[in-house]
Design a protein. Sequence first.
Length: 406
Amino acid sequence: MSEHGTRRRLFLVGISKAHVQRSIARAQRLGFEVILGDSEPKLAECADLVEAADRTVVTDYTDVDALLATAGELGRPAPLNAIVTFKEEGSEQTARVAERLGLSTNSPRSVRACNDKAVARALLDRAGLPGPRWTLCQDAKELRRFIAEVAGPVVIKPRDLFASVGVARVDPDDDAEAALKSCLAAGTEPVALVEEFVVGREISIEAMLYRGTPVVFGVTEKLLYPGTFVERGHVSPDPGDELTPAGYRQLVGRITAALGLRQGPLHIEGYHTARGFVPGEIHTRYGGDDIVEVTEQASRCDMTTPVFAELCRLPYGIVFGAPPRVCGIRFLDVPPGRVRSISGVAEVSRLPGVLRVQLDCQVGDQVVCPASSFDRPGSVIAVADRRADLERTFDRVAAELCIETE
């Protein structure tokens, strides 16, 4: 209960479709009144997912003034006790509103540093963490000069987007002007971040800062569609042995200290290389691609309740179940073209270990080669006791789930 004798009031900003239902239920079990805010179209689209919220409100979380006005209105009958988001597009705005209201939050400056890849890279470099050579480019001449400097391939990306939108590898013989033009067209700024191509094994770390201490829920192996930066799957736990659990916790501590973070969820991407772990992008939210469900299933843990408990310093002990399992998500590999037929969905759904089958295409839709996470035609989540068993399940899915295109 709050100091006013009523339930604590949580403003949950934005709908993270993959885990919003669990988030609402878990916050309510902690005693929160959950008020969920998003755009009118999104609330309508996700009405079945958010029906358990105590209240929904229309707001634009990408506009700090609109979000502050909404929070102000919500605080008139009784003060808000917490505000939080799992949406990257609203993370800085939510932090600014929380700071204005005197609520628990990371500093807006630190959140912005994570959202701006160039600022994050500079801070990580300053802290002495391994990293690629990098620069900002606004014309092809600058890009060609940097490619010549590193004498090898580079990765070009918008400095403020996610989901692999606008990201591409550029080799020395490629058309630098076309690559830069495509990248800038995808982003919102007139400059692109260009990094030396990192050779290494790619993973992500799902973690949070809880009571000031790094907690690592899981480390996830990342699988890519060939020739792209688009994920075709994730598996937890990662099978690598480059770092111990204590080593990962120490790494998370160094990264968050460099960026000035002090609480909340984290999705840290990076590479195990010959020089050590090279951080990639750092997010003050959990990963997309249903990584929350994959991690929770594998580690038998709850990743969202401690986020809410932290906001009001409520007593809560993070628990990991035993024994751990192997869980993964695999995105479907469908030939480009118009979808002619779909079969095998019911049969695949009944396979042992399959938790969910999701189709993001239907007959008549056009399937394209994935250029971003938004182009993938569907996914399957499965769990097993061993990695080999999980891969056999995914092999059966590939054999029995048929999406024909023409």
